[in-house]
Design a protein around this ligand. Structure first.
Ligand code: GLA
Length: 746
């Protein structure tokens, strides 16, 4: 039964964010305010505010003031992007929805309601009673807003959904945009621009989130940074084709939006069928750090929770690639355990005929050629050494030269009988076909039953091109594939609740909040070069807290860039994520192993802070100096790092300033160097003399290095002094990092 929603205005407030929603008079809801927290309004004040937000109409426009809702409709005179595009074969293409019911946390709303965080549900029918629209808008306890829509066909004629996107209004002062681009080996690279009249549209047709994903689309006041400026942002939580956009229409209304990107004819609803959009998240804050913290709070509240005691991992990929050899890999496990590694991951190459990337992919049976007695000797040794065991899979893929592709060519995704262009010698298995889904599931479950596997690295190494369903004459299948992927993850997790799963996709091409509902960490990038990782980690934390980012220390020469870096820089970069090692330890010197052991010990000692604290990224005048850190929730401890990515100019760098500490507390700031000191270190006077035995740090030490941890006594400073005045920085060579351990002393 419809309830009378004539007077429905809602105010939701949480963690310094307020949303005022106008759902009056049977109209689809429109957000009147999304941004800074407001005091609880009275019904009269809310009514007045809604009235006062109605703009005058522009010259020569329709006689209704613009009121772009969550799902803007053409019938209201809105000539920007409509929220819903679709039709019954060309008819019913401009539905006029009337709200039937409004409920907050399950209770019908008929009058002004003010609350804390809450879940708002609006159900509407189009004027011809052919479509039902269920909109959900939720303000989460951390101040993050999210929305999704479900559209149901109520009649016999098929309805084709062409596009369904949800949008959030932003005020006119938000004129600067920030989103991301990137490619394999260099993901989440920021790009800025100006929001002008028109649409800034980021479309993804790769069938996976993408290395060039827009990731999060921000709009803010000009010059916004990590700690300043008002910022509004949207993120589409979906691992298939998707879109993000910022739109400004000629009358000045501005929106940020997102949704799935549907291929032609992909969603056709028969009677009673529904299409559900992904969640579109919206985060507001003063500065990018606050926007990020709202995402982090949400990710950290999910169940099961990821512990900050993340095990130090060794992944064998850059150590051996496809060169699987039982003795070599057991030897690597022993070397890893000896330096403190806690999880060992066997990467690509253990199955079928997979001796290189041209064959065997999709045949999830341990290869007798390289593992004559199965994986048992390795798995047993890994566990006997006290480490967890992890195994690599790429379940959605097959090489054409594989048993599965030979037996079931019809399972390959294709828009016609001819298969799509290959990528890394592989094609995509259509998990939307129930038999293909069951086949993959059966093989993964058989391996999980045979071996005590603690962790899966779940890879996905190509874009989906012409990804149709051969059994349906090549109809688009990306939507079904994405849902099947999520369902498979959930089935496996429900049977193995202790299993952790990593989302990897040619490095970091599947990083989004959709996949993070089903997985426990992401592989940030196939490039482990710390110079580039500094930037990638900095921006991956815009969505994810550090404990979700796979962050490895590789060998001295980067396999993807050819650059060489000191261990101190590699490790001092990697410890700000879920630490791992990806290096053939048999080739490491004793000195390197000693240093590595010390870095791992330092990480273990500090990981409850490094991986559970609040991320702080400082704004600086020099883009080649990155200052960042983590501060414990109670502000009693912090670890900060300064990374120099280039020669300094001016030299030395300006004062070190730190945000996020208690401004009224006093802190001891100690420069710490686990295992090695950076090259070119020239400490400022306030550091004092280092305390480690035998460490005479020469002012212009060319080659850093030490066998023991070096700790300088540093100094004690007020939190507000560190934030506002700052302290002198050291000189260091380019591609070096300095760590500061910060402890509250009063
Ligand atoms: C992808 C991953 C790598 C590695 C290889 C194996 O590129 O990102 O880490 O697992 O596949 O083929």
């Amino acid at each position: 039964m419809p309830t009378d929603s004539r007077d429905s205005i809602l105010q939701l407030t949480a963690a310094g964010v307020s949303v005022l929603i106008d759902a009056k008079g049977g109209q689809l809801p429109a957000i009147v305010h999304w941004g800074a927290g407001l005091p609880a309004l009275t019904a009269r004040q809310a009514e007045t505010l809604v009235g006062a937000s109605v703009p005058v109409t522009s010259s020569n426009t329709v006689d209704l003031p613009p009121r772009p809702g969550l799902l803007p409709g053409h019938h209201s005179g809105w000539t920007g992007r409509p929220g819903l595009r679709g039709s019954f074969g060309g008819i019913g293409w401009s539905p006029k929805f009337r709200t039937q019911t409004v409920a907050l946390n399950g209770t019908p709303v008929t009058a002004f309601t003010s609350s804390g965080p809450g879940l708002l549900e609006i159900s509407a029918l189009d004027d011809a009673d052919r479509l039902r629209l269920d909109l959900t808008l939720e303000l989460l306890p951390g101040g993050l807003l999210r929305s999704r829509a479900q559209l149901t066909n109520l009649c016999d004629e098929k309805y084709t959904v062409e596009d369904l996107a949800l949008s959030f209004p932003i005020p006119s002062e938000a004129t600067e945009l920030l989103d991301f681009a990137g490619n394999h080996n260099y993901e989440r690279i920021p790009q800025r621009g100006t929001l002008r009249t028109g649409t800034h549209l980021r479309e993804n047709r790769k069938g996976r989130t993408g290395a060039d994903s827009a990731y999060i689309l921000h709009a803010g006041t000009p010059g916004f940074g990590f700690g300043h400026g008002e910022v509004w942002a949207v993120h589409t939580a979906w691992s298939g084709n998707h879109q993000h956009y910022a739109e400004r229409v000629f009358t000045g209304e501005q929106l940020l939006g997102g949704g799935e990107l549907l291929l032609p004819g992909e969603i056709r609803l028969g009677r009673g069928d529904s299409y559900t959009s992904p969640w579109i998240y919206a985060s507001y804050g003063t500065g990018l750090d606050e926007v990020a913290h709202r995402f982090h709070t949400h990710v950290r509240s999910r169940s099961p929770q990821v512990s900050a005691e993340r095990p130090v991992t060794l992944n064998v990929w850059e150590a051996v690639y496809f060169g699987h050899d039982e003795d070599k890999l057991i030897d690597l496990a022993e070397r890893a355990a000896a330096i403190g590694v806690e999880r060992y991951v066997l990467d690509d190459g253990w199955f079928g005929s997979r001796r290189d990337d041209t064959s065997g992919l999709g045949d999830w049976v341990v290869s007798p050629d390289v593992w004559p007695t199965g994986l048992h000797p390795l798995v047993d040794r890994v566990h006997a050494l006290g480490m967890q065991f992890g195994l690599w899979f790429e379940p959605e893929m097959a090489n054409p030269d594989s048993d599965v592709a030979r037996a079931h060519p019809e399972w390959i995704m294709a828009a016609r009988t001819e298969w799509p262009v290959e990528s890394r010698h592989q094609q995509v298995l259509n998990l939307g076909i129930p038999e293909a889904y069951e086949h993959v599931k059966k093989h993964i479950l058989a391996l999980l039953a045979e071996y005590p596997i603690d962790y899966i690295k779940w890879d996905h190494n190509r874009d989906l091109i012409e990804a149709g369903n051969q059994l349906e004459a090549g109809r688009p299948g990306v939507h079904a594939q994405t849902l099947a992927f999520y369902a498979l993850l959930e089935e496996i997790r429900s049977l193995h609740p202790e299993l952790e799963i990593e989302s990897c996709s040619s490095g970091g091409a599947r990083v989004d909040l959709g996949v993070l509902e089903h997985t426990d960490r992401v592989w940030v990038s196939d490039s482990i070069d710390p110079h580039d990782r500094q930037t990638m980690l900095r921006w991956t934390t815009q969505l994810l807290p550090p404990e979700y980012m796979g962050s490895h220390i590789a060998s001295g020469r980067s396999h993807t860039t050819g650059r060489r870096h000191d261990l101190a820089f590699r490790a001092g970069t990697a410890i700000f994520g879920h630490l791992g090692v990806e290096w053939d330890l048999a080739t490491a010197s004793e000195e390197e192993l000693n240093s590595l052991r010390r870095w791992i010990a330092f990480y273990k000692q500090e990981r409850s802070l490094l991986l559970a604290g609040d991320v702080v990224r400082m704004d600086g005048h020099d883009s080649s100096i990155l200052v960042h850190g983590v501060v414990s929730r109670n502000r009693s401890r912090a670890i900060f790092a300064t990374a120099a990515l280039d020669s300094l100019y001016p030299d030395p760098a300006g004062r070190l300033k730190l945000r996020g500490l208690d401004p009224d507390a006093t802190y001891r700031v100690e420069p710490v160097f686990p295992g090695t000191t950076p090259s070119g270190l020239q400490p400022p006077a306030w550091w004092g003399q280092p305390t480690a035995a035998g460490q005479a740090i020469r002012p212009t030490s060319l080659r850093g290095g030490a066998q023991d941890d070096v700790i300088f006594p540093g100094g004690s400073f007020h939190g507000s002094v560190l934030a506002k005045v700052g302290v002198a920085s050291p000189r260091i060579h380019p591609d070096q990092v300095v760590l500061y351990r910060i402890t509250k002393i009063g």
